[in-house]
Design a protein. Structure first.
Length: 297
């Protein structure tokens, strides 16, 4: 889920859901098909989960399996989901949701022996008034605020904003990972934007190929991973194909958004190396410890 204001984007309705959090005027999902765990994850109520192990680095190494995971929020995890996550040997769960997200969906489930760290990052589509319009607006209003590329442009701006304004938070994350926080799970609401950028920054720091970072990022568009949109009005007109097309850029992973983040790095710091060393304050020793903890020998 990515939520600002009162918009809700949900992981769908599962047939074996442990608990249901319904809200007035929440609306209905675009599709009503039961969620089936994907082949690469047994999780039912934790969306967009994956291990980033196996990604190649520019010097011929690979990310170790079982060290760095990413997902959407853990608030609705079933007992079986919790047992699976608890068996990963996690040291830390980093939650990038803000207070509004947590209030809407709830706190993460408790995983015994696992540290939980909340580092709120700027939501990629900020503004309560904007999200009220997304939730309640008629087609002509949505055309005005989202049409003609405006939705995608808003997302690209938000990625640039996170990169240029959240350096202290990303520095805190990477220094923590270099010390004692792995294996780690990084998540936000939908596991796409805030978690996606945080994973990308982490992978850049250990030299993972950009093409591999992008390929992993785009997996958030897989049908079994992607979050489903709910609106206040679930009538055919309010959930029409055109409405869904207008909303889609807000809830999809797009390579252009990552490019916007990279462009912000280049424009602000001149190069990725300068961003890592001066922007995030990563010394050669910290970089080496990150590589030792995250990469195969």
């Amino acid at each position: 889920m990515v939520a600002c204001g009162t918009l809700v984007v949900s992981s769908g309705t599962a047939t074996s859901r442990r608990r249901t959090r319904r809200r007035p005027n929440q609306g209905a999902p675009v599709t009503q098909t039961p969620q089936v765990p994907p082949a690469d994850s047994p999780l039912v109520e934790v969306r967009n989960f994956r291990d980033v192990g196996g990604l190649p680095t520019v010097d011929g190494r690979r990310v170790r399996a079982g060290r760095l995971f990413r997902s959407g929020h853990l608030a609705h995890a079933t007992d079986a989901d919790t047992a699976f996550l608890g068996g990963l040997g996690l040291h830390t769960v980093f939650d990038f949701r803000n207070a509004a997200d947590i209030s809407l969906e709830g706190p993460d489930v408790t995983l015994p022996g696992v540290r939980n760290v909340n580092i709120p990052l700027t939501d990629p589509a900020d503004g309560a008034e904007f999200w009220t319009m997304v939730r309640d607006g008629a087609l002509n209003q949505l055309r005005h605020i989202l049409g003609d590329g405006k939705a995608a442009a808003r997302m690209a701006r938000s990625y640039r904003h996170i990169i240029t304004t959240r350096t202290a938070d990303h520095s805190r994350l990477l220094h923590s990972l270099a010390e004692d926080s792995m294996p780690a799970l990084l998540h936000c609401a939908a596991g796409k934007d805030r978690a996606g950028l945080s994973v990308a920054v982490t992978l850049l720091a250990v030299g993972v190929e950009r093409e591999a970072i992008e390929a992993d990022y785009l997996k958030s568009n897989d049908p079994h991973r992607r979050y489903k949109i709910r609106r206040s009005d679930n009538s055919p007109a309010a959930m029409s194909p055109e409405v869904m097309e207008l909303l889609s850029p807000l809830f999809g992973a797009d390579a252009a958004y990552l490019t916007a983040a990279y462009d912000a790095i280049a424009a602000t710091w001149g190069s990725t190396e300068t961003y890592l060393t001066e922007g995030l304050g990563l010394t050669p020793d910290v970089r080496e410890r990150l590589r030792d903890r995250l990469l195969e020998s």
